[in-house]
Every structure is written in structure tokens, then in C-alpha cells.
Ligand binder design. Structure first.
Ligand SMILES: Nc1ncnc2c1ncn2[C@@H]1O[C@H](COP(=O)(O)OP(=O)(O)OP(=O)(O)O)[C@@H](O)[C@H]1O
Length: 358
């Protein structure tokens, strides 16, 4: 094996705690006189892998490539979670519930950016607003006032398309003040209807923005569809953390794997000097993650840009795709997809790595 090939394995392997041979479905490296072509097939989307390597790692590979171009193609093949599905969800491979114990911690903002970040990593993604009492996705995705299509004589809805995502929300169907007065069982019925009567199509991940708390909607979702994983969004304040703990415990009770925790408004980065201020305390999300033995999938700062972008209907990963904020969301998205794979599939047999010089 050449120095280049050794270095390649050394930089790709740390993306998980697994040896590369177990993580990847196949890896082909072909050296031609002009280029080194690398074809990596993973069980989860990760198209931005090259950009996420450290500058140092990329420079080392480029140096070892001796002036040849490095072409890294990262492809994915996602296996669907097993389990009985509603007919409308037959082609949906994974359902991710984005939850928070407490309201206002930025769950919906995180859900939309996470869905769009998964899409940027190469996945086909749908988004369901299950926040029946306070749907905010139509506004955050800039598609307020639209109505899902109803083909003649059918009761299945054609969802709205926003920034490449397939979206449905109770906010498209009723006036905002109607939803707030629904009782629990009625709201749970609306959730079932949205799941059942939407033409979701072929989708790798259906991201569900849950209402805050641990009530009927959470239990309904866990009972009627196979949820691959819950992502718990929290802020570092003690009260939000206490509620996040309840959320984790509830999902564990109903046998929904907790993919991990995302800490939102984790710190504030000074726009002048870049100094991080931990306004609401430091490392709270990390502590919960450790306590419950679930991963910390990401930490997003309190940043006015994030709020302004969702208010304008163009979430940050789309409005500012090259920003550090967008990179943090994509990193969290890949970490989530990786955890879903770890939590839901038999780990494949190690593959033979094909490294050939043509
Ligand atoms: N990281 C962030 N930095 C700055 N502002 C943020 C951040 N995350 C969310 N916000 C803002 O905080 C407010 C609440 O966010 P969001 O609606 O996503 O919270 P939520 O937890 O879904 O609330 P609810 O419980 O009402 O559904 C919004 O105005 C949003 O723009």
C-alpha cells in the first residue's frame, strides 16, 4: 500500500469509532497517471466529507498525491429501518423525531436546518410539522399560505415543496388560531392523518418536528410508525436540561432509540473577537449526553443570523451554505445519520478494500 493510501485510511477512519473496513460498504482507490480516484460507499450520507477534513489532512494528502488530482466521490446506500409501515410511508427509510422537553429552545429551527443539512449531504428528505398546536415550519421555510394539492377524487395530499424538501404541516391546512384549541386525542388524530394521507414518496429521512414536551403526540408517533431515532434539542440552562432528561427517558420507555442531543444556543461568539461566551452555562448538553450514554450530535451558538434566516423563510444552511453555522448543522446531520445507522442496522461484515493502481 502506498503512503497516499495509508494516509487516506488514517484520515477517513476517525469519522467514527469503527474501523473503516466495518464502516464503509466499499472503498476503491485507483491511481492513474493524472489522478487518484477514490470511490467511497457509506451506509449514511456524507458528501461533504472532503470539506470536513482538516486543512492539515487535506494538505498532507495533496502532498502525497504528488501533483495528481484527488477525486473523492462519497456515495451512500441507506438501508431502511425494519418494521410495519403505513402505506404512505412504505418508501420512507427512516423517521427522525426532533424533540425538546421545553418550548422555545429552538427545536423547529434545528429541525429545518437539520433536514436541509441532510439534503445537502446527499439524502432525500421530507419534513413533517407535528407541532400541531403551534406550527412554525411554513413560516420558517417561506411557504406560508400554500395548500397541499388534492388530486381529483383522492384523499391523499401532495405535499409542499420548499428548498428541495417535501413538507407537510397542519399550518397549511387550518388557520393558526384553530390548532391551539385542540384537545390531546384530536391533535393525535391530526398527526396520524398527516402521516397517513400525505404522498411522501421515496425518502431517505422523514424529519418530524415534534411539539415540546412528552404528551399524546410523542406517544402516538412512537406507536403508529417505526421511529428510527429521536434527536433531543436543549439549551444549556438547568430548567431546559431537566426537561430534556424527561424527553430522553420517555423515548427510552417507548423503545425509540435516542440518536443523541443537540445543544442549541450553546454559546455566543463575539462578532468582533470571536470569543465564546457561555451565557447559559457550559457543557450542559454534554453532561446529559454522558449521563444517558447518548452522543452529543452538535452544539449551535446563539447567533442572530440563525433567527433572522428562519424568520425570512430561508434557513441558514441554505441562506449561508458556506458559513461556519451551516457547517455545524451539516456536521450534526452526518452525526445523526451515522447514529441512526449504528442504532438500526446489523453492522455489515467488514469489506475488502480495493486499492489498485491502473
Ligand atoms: N441558535 C439560535 N440563535 C439565535 N436564535 C435562535 C436560535 N435557535 C432558535 N432561535 C430563535 O429562537 C426562537 C424560538 O425558536 P423555535 O421556534 O425554533 O423554538 P421551538 O423550540 O421550536 O419553539 P416551540 O416550543 O414554540 O415550538 C425563534 O425566534 C428562533 O428564530
Amino acid at each position: 500500500m502506498s503512503d497516499f493510501q495509508n494516509a487516506l485510511l488514517a484520515v477517513i477512519e476517525p469519522i467514527s469509532e469503527l474501523p473503516l473496513a466495518q464502516l464503509c460498504l466499499s472503498l476503491d482507490v485507483k491511481e492513474t497517471p493524472a489522478a487518484i480516484d477514490i470511490d467511497l460507499l457509506l451506509p449514511f450520507p456524507n458528501q461533504g466529507l472532503w470539506q470536513r477534513l482538516s486543512e492539515q489532512d487535506r494538505a498532507r494528502l495533496e502532498q502525497l498525491a504528488n501533483g495528481k488530482a484527488i477525486n473523492l466521490a462519497v456515495r451512500h446506500e441507506i438501508e431502511a429501518k425494519s418494521g410495519e409501515r403505513l402505506p404512505s410511508l412504505q418508501q420512507v427509510k427512516h423517521i427522525i423525531a426532533v424533540s425538546s422537553g421545553k418550548g422555545g429552545v429552538g427545536k423547529s429551527t434545528t429541525a429545518v436546518n437539520l433536514a436541509l443539512a441532510l439534503q445537502q449531504e446527499g439524502a432525500k428528505v421530507a419534513l413533517l410539522d407535528a407541532d400541531i398546536y403551534g406550527p412554525s415550519l411554513p413560516l420558517m421555510l417561506g411557504c406560508e399560505g400554500q395548500t397541499p394539492g388534492l388530486p381529483d377524487g383522492q384523499k391523499m395530499m401532495i405535499p409542499i415543496s420548499a428548498h428541495g424538501l417535501v413538507v407537510n404541516s397542519v399550518g397549511f391546512l387550518v388557520a393558526a388560531d384553530t390548532a391551539t384549541v385542540w384537545r390531546g386525542p384530536m391533535a393525535a388524530g391530526v398527526l396520524q392523518q398527516l402521516l397517513r394521507d400525505t404522498i411522501w414518496g421515496e425518502v431517505d429521512y422523514l424529519v418530524v418536528d415534534m411539539p415540546p414536551g412528552t404528551g399524546d403526540i410523542q406517544l402516538t408517533l412512537a406507536q403508529v410508525v417505526p421511529v428510527s431515532g429521536a434527536v433531543i434539542v436543549t439549551t444549556p440552562q438547568t430548567i431546559a436540561l431537566a426537561d430534556a432528561v424527561k424527553g430522553i427517558a420517555m423515548y427510552q420507555k417507548v423503545d425509540v432509540p435516542v440518536a443523541g442531543v443537540i445543544e442549541n444556543m450553546s454559546f455566543h461568539a463575539c462578532s468582533n473577537c470571536g470569543h465564546h461566551d457561555y451565557l447559559f452555562g457550559q457543557d450542559g448538553g454534554k453532561r446529559i449526553a454522558q449521563m444517558y450514554e447518548v452522543p452529543l450530535l452538535g452544539a449551535l451558538p446563539l447567533d442572530r443570523q440563525i433567527g433572522d434566516d428562519v424568520d425570512a423563510g430561508v434557513p441558514t444552511v441554505v441562506a449561508q451554505p458556506d458559513s461556519l453555522l451551516a457547517q455545524s448543522y451539516r456536521q450534526a446531520a452526518v452525526a445523526t445519520a451515522f447514529q441512526l445507522w449504528v442504532g438500526n442496522s446489523e453492522q455489515p461484515e467488514p469489506v475488502a478494500i480495493d486499492i489498485s493502481d491502473d
